[in-house]
Design a protein around this ligand. Sequence first.
Ligand code: RIB
Ligand code: CA
Length: 317
Amino acid sequence: MTPLPLLIDTDTGSDDAVALLLAGASGLGDIRAVTTVAGNVPLPTATRNALLSLEVAGATHVPVHPGCERPMTRPLISAQNVHGEDGMGDVGLPDPVRSSDPGHAVEVLLDLSRRHPGELTLVTLAPLTNIAAALLRDRDLLSRFRHVYCMAGAPDARGNVSATAEFNVWADPEAARIVLEAATPDKVTWIGWDVSRKDAVMTPADQERLEAIGTPRAEFVHRINRTVAEWAREVTGLAGYDLPDPIAMAVALRPDLVTESEQVHVDVALGDEVRGQLIVDRRLSAPPPNLTLARRVSESGFKELLFATCAGALQPA
Ligand code: RIB
Ligand code: CA
């Protein structure tokens, strides 16, 4: 199988790092560029972590372009309480060996999609600020990608950052609204936090398996998710820590892993009490669908991909 040409937009925290590893080291992805944005951590930290993760993935040829340093209209409220002050579990990782590349993320999104129409798959793992800013410049942006996969939202209204909202949409709901207004279900798939909670939880047995693999990549994944594991135990009550961005990346790399999906009209709430909550309209009289929502993904398929990538057992290219 030919590796999938990818453009990845990330606010690199600890689970984005795992997603970058899947994209760069599974043999299934061909990362053409990474763009960074403020979200889980401030922009310079996200950029540093993206560079570091690409090193671990052995993908140091991939350019990294910083983008927007704050949401469209609101101040940045990061998730360093979840991912650690450095976004990578505060385990004292070294600095990356290289620096970011010239060219603002928004320019890169516009430029690469125009130069390679229909070729690139865009995967977003972050608040949608860069994508919305690019859409304000060019409303046809999404149509020029082969497909767009976004880790975004909580379509069952069980939130992680608030009672009903998922972080990426909550952090910049105006950007999410702009993306939803431009989206079509044949082009855009969202993988929400519901999928992560159900199908991407690293149980104690999974964590032991990861430790037992013992490669530098497995050790990296295990160590950087230390603070997320604490947060998940205290806040979510899940049987381990969940991996939202990696399961979204797995869906992009292996769409056959999706076991349930729906096409539906989705909007986002902007008011204070319900900030970032998805409004999923399933009425017969609803507006036409604008999104495909992945609702369940093969847990075993996802975890085998993750373990094989960490073990260095690459998928045949
Ligand atoms: O909502 C889950 C959060 O963790 C998001 O920021 C997602 O991108 C991941 O990093
Ligand atoms: Ca993220």
